[in-house]
Design a protein around this ligand. Structure first.
Ligand code: HEC
Length: 101
């Protein structure tokens, strides 16, 4: 199965986990991999349903498009510095705390 089909399938299941897997490795794009990455790298600051250090991430795939999320997760500061309106807004909302990942 090519990666695009795999990606589309997982997007329907859980966009965020699939995106994570995708941003880490296009070859191992699957939800389990994404969930592992999420637990390892994101849960210190994020939960799906409540605010922790960063925003609750449930529904985040409806708020932003896939390309934006990929860029954000890879390098949120680059996106903020590029002047991207959505990135600057959420960065300011969270008192300009830097999201490391
Ligand atoms: C050190 C804490 C920290 C870690 C680790 C972290 N984040 Fe964040 N995240 C934040 C903060 C704080 C924000 C709010 C924006 C800002 O201040 O940069 C944010 C914002 C976001 C947003 C935008 C949410 C919205 O509603 O606008 C997404 C999506 C996101 N993070 C995904 C992730 C993912 C996926 C990971 C793991 C790969 C991750 N974050 C790891 C702190 C973190």
């Amino acid at each position: 199965m090519n990666n695009q089909i795999v990606t589309m399938r997982f997007l329907r299941i859980t966009t965020l986990f699939a995106l994570l897997a995708l941003s880490a490795s296009a070859t191992f794009a699957d939800v389990a991999e994404g969930e592992k990455l999420f637990n390892a790298n994101c849960t210190s600051c994020h939960a799906l349903n409540e605010k922790v250090v960063g925003p609750a991430l449930k529904g985040v795939n409806e708020k932003y498009d896939e390309a934006w999320l990929l860029k954000w997760i890879k390098n949120s500061q680059a996106l903020v510095k590029s002047g991207d309106a959505k990135a600057v807004k959420v960065y300011n909302e969270y008192n300009q705390s830097v999201m490391t990942s």
